[in-house]
Design a protein around this ligand. Structure first.
Ligand SMILES: C[S@@+](CC[C@H](N)C(=O)[O-])C[C@H]1O[C@@H](n2cnc3c(N)ncnc32)[C@H](O)[C@@H]1O
Length: 181
């Protein structure tokens, strides 16, 4: 279901990937990877020299991603289980951390964001895509699966990051990129 949604034209996944400018040999973690739509696409870009850590709290999703990677012959995807805010990632190793449609699930975000620094290289970046508020009488309007951009940016600043870039081509989400302060 997540992959079906991610591949829809309004998700503009090609534009997202272009904006990130991921390159062969880089390492990226996809936190809250779901069905792995982006992990699989990242793996094709970073190639044999790079790594994609597909991270989720749901082991069934990780199993799904493992099988999908095998089917596509991609052996640079490393599924890693995280338990609440405990991430199982190598320290100081990541060029990017990608978090799409996940931050509304994270309870103590400032602490969570601060911890992410341990896994980034010195010039590593965090990419956050999150839903804007949904219209009245829509699922997101009623159940609030969103976090406003201003809140994310403020929380990221408190956690020790600087807003470096933002893109406004997504109809339903905001899209920001942060570097370490
Ligand atoms: C709406 S889905 C987004 C999936 C994917 N990022 C995408 O864009 O297609 C949210 C995902 O976040 C995962 N998740 C929820 N809380 C999490 C946490 N604390 N750490 C890591 N993943 C989490 C869920 O299991 C689910 O796979």
């Amino acid at each position: 279901m997540f992959n079906r949604k991610a591949s829809k034209p309004k998700s503009k996944s090609d534009q997202i990937i272009e904006a990130i400018a991921l390159k062969p040999g880089l390492n990226i973690a996809d936190i809250g990877a779901g069905g792995g739509y982006f992990s699989l696409r990242f793996a094709e870009i970073v190639g044999e020299e790079g790594k994609v850590y597909a991270t989720d709290t749901n082991p069934e999703f990780l199993e799904f991603i493992k099988n999908a990677a095998k089917e596509k012959g991609l052996d640079n995807i490393i599924p890693t289980l995280s338990i609440e805010d405990r991430l199982n990632l190598p320290e100081k190793s990541l060029d990017f951390i990608f978090i799409r449609n996940v931050t509304h699930h994270i309870p103590n975000r400032i602490k969570y964001f601060r911890n992410l620094k341990d896994f980034l290289k010195l010039d590593g970046k965090i990419i956050i895509i999150e839903y804007k508020k949904g219209k009245f009488f829509t699922f997101r309007g009623i159940f609030g699966h969103d976090v406003p951009k201003e809140i994310i940016t403020r929380e990221m600043e408190k956690a020790g990051y600087l807003l470096e870039k933002e893109f406004d081509f997504l109809p339903e989400q905001h899209f920001t990129i942060y570097s370490k302060q």
